[in-house]
Design a binder for this molecule. Structure first.
Ligand SMILES: [Fe+2]
Ligand SMILES: [Fe+2]
Length: 283
């Protein structure tokens, strides 16, 4: 059984590893372009597919398909284990399993004294990658996210790949505000489709607002890292993006070779999940 989702990446994790390397704390902004040129061809091919195919029409179709949450019932822990198996099978060289990586992210938050809801968010934030189980291609599961329906920021990685996106031929979609208005608020804009947006819809009834911003916008580097797109945000969004910025370093920089003790930690995380979520959720 093949568990690798369709696309050029050797595994889903290859994109996450690329982001980690790109935003290494010691890398200067001027060096990003040099870094991009050295990026493996498969990662560049992946971004090309992502940028060419994430149109407003595509996003609206995926939202219509998935946001009714009629793809079954599953517990958070089951989703975690299915994703764990999927990524491990596709990436035999990985030093850490998905669960171990999620534990590292969450444990780093716990060590810094963050609230329980945030530790839980660190643990589950990538669970939307179960989209792969439904046969979605890599470019519709992972990748830096961005709004569709308006002009793309030149701060998005490989902006030149948008050239062949059909939306580029529609002047209405290519103005700075596109189909939106100034400061319309993030809840009214459509983000490119992937694991972030999907998990937001799955977890919306159960988590505090800051957790939902962290989940929904954690891959939107052109906004939370490069500070673009503020003209679409309400004052409240601008405040909540600070929460996303608190989350991001744990996602990027908590990966270390030291294996967390899964067996010892599992009871704590099962209890934490049970505190916020029902036994099963709609996906
Ligand atoms: Fe992610
Ligand atoms: Fe992540």
């Amino acid at each position: 059984m093949s568990t690798v989702s369709a696309g050029p990446l050797e595994s889903l994790d290859q994109w996450d590893d690329d982001v980690r390397a790109r935003y290494r704390p010691d890398r200067k902004k001027e060096e990003f372009r040099v870094y991009d040129d050295k990026t493996p061809q498969v990662v560049r091919d992946f971004y090309k597919l992502n940028h060419e195919n994430q149109t407003l029409e595509f996003v609206l179709a995926k939202k219509a398909e998935y946001t009714p949450l009629n793809h079954g019932e599953m517990s958070i822990w089951d989703a975690m284990e299915r994703l764990d198996k999927l990524v491990d099978d596709s990436d035999p060289d990985t030093d850490l399993s998905q669960i171990e990586h999620n534990l590292q992210t969450a444990e780093a938050m716990r060590a810094d004294g963050h609230p329980r809801w945030m530790i839980l968010t660190g643990f589950i934030h990538d669970l939307g990658k179960v989209l792969t189980l439904y046969g979605e291609p890599q470019w519709a599961v992972v990748g830096d996210t961005f709004p569709v329906g308006c002009r793309w920021s030149d701060k998005i990685v490989y902006p030149e790949y948008f050239e062949n996106n059909p939306d580029s031929a529609n002047p209405e979609l290519m103005s700075p505000y596109g189909v939106y208005d100034e400061q319309i608020g993030l809840d009214n804009i459509h983000m490119s489709w992937g694991h972030d947006e999907y998990l937001y819809h799955v977890t919306k009834p159960y988590l505090p607002e800051a957790a939902l911003y962290m989940i929904r916008y954690h891959s939107w580097y052109s906004a939370h890292r490069e500070l673009d797109y503020q003209y679409l945000m309400s004052d409240h969004d601008l405040e909540m993006m600070n929460e996303v910025r608190k989350f991001n370093p744990y996602d990027l920089y908590s990966k270390s070779a030291a294996k967390p003790d899964r067996a010892a930690l599992e009871p704590y995380y099962r209890e934490l999940i049970a505190e916020f979520f029902p036994p099963t959720l709609k996906w």
